[in-house]
Design a protein around this ligand. Structure first.
Ligand SMILES: [Zn+2]
Length: 191
C-alpha cells in the first residue's frame, strides 16, 4: 500500500499520542514527573558512579548527566515490575502503524538488511521487541533464521499467528538464557 509522507506522519502522530496517553497514569499532575511509587534511583549505567546533574525533564522522565563519564540517562527509572506491566499492557499502535505502512517499512527494512548483509550473510537473527513481526517476516524471506521477543501481549499474538517463533515471557538476560535453547545462541541481535 503506497502512502504519502503526510499520511505516514499522521500515523506516527497516532503512535506518539497513544504513547503519551499510556504515560499519563504514571505521571504526577502537580510535578509533571513520574510518580514516586513507580520509580527507583540508579547509578550511571556506564561507569556506575552516583554523581550527576539534572539536564532536563520530558514526559515525566528526568534526564541527568553523569559528572564522571558524561553519559545522559533517565534517573529515576521505572522499577522492573512497573516496566514489565507497562510493556505487556501497552497499546499496539506500533504494529498498526507498521502493518498499515507496509510498503514504506518494507523498503526501510530491506535497506537495513542490504547494509547488514554486506557485512554479515544471513544466519540466525533475534529481534528484541519484534512487535507484530513485520521485520522478521521480511528477514525470513531473505533466508534469515528468525526469532523474536515481544512483551506486548497483542503484538506477540500477531507475530505468533504469522508463524514466527517468539516468546513474551522473558525479561532479564537470565530469563533469555532460560527461555532460549542452546541452538539459538549466537544470533544476530537487532535492538
Ligand atoms: Zn558515568
Amino acid at each position: 500500500m503506497s502512502q504519502t509522507v503526510k499520511e505516514l506522519h499522521q500515523k506516527r502522530m497516532k503512535l506518539w499520542n497513544a504513547s503519551i496517553e499510556s504515560h499519563r497514569r504514571y505521571i504526577n499532575k502537580k510535578t509533571g514527573l513520574f510518580k514516586n511509587q513507580f520509580v527507583e534511583f540508579r547509578n550511571c549505567p556506564v561507569c556506575g558512579k552516583d554523581d550527576y546533574r539534572t539536564v532536563f525533564s520530558k514526559e515525566g522522565g528526568t534526564y541527568v548527566k553523569c559528572l564522571d563519564c558524561s553519559m545522559i540517562y533517565i534517573n529515576p527509572v521505572f522499577r522492573d515490575e512497573v516496566l514489565r506491566e507497562y510493556y505487556e499492557k501497552n497499546h499496539s499502535v506500533q504494529s498498526e502503524v507498521v502493518e498499515e505502512g507496509d510498503s514504506f517499512y518494507k523498503a526501510l527494512y530491506n535497506q537495513g538488511l542490504d547494509r547488514i548483509e554486506k557485512k554479515c550473510p544471513p544466519g540466525k537473527l533475534l529481534d528484541i521487541g519484534c512487535s507484530s513481526g513485520v521485520f522478521l517476516d521480511l528477514s525470513k524471506q531473505r533466508n534469515w533464521e528468525t526469532s523474536g521477543i515481544e512483551l506486548n501481549i497483542q503484538e506477540f499474538t500477531m507475530a505468533q499467528k504469522k508463524g514466527i517463533w517468539s516468546i513474551t515471557s522473558c525479561w532479564r538476560i537470565s530469563d533469555l538464557r532460560k527461555n532460549l535453547t542452546p541452538s539459538h545462541y549466537g544470533m544476530f541481535l537487532n535492538i
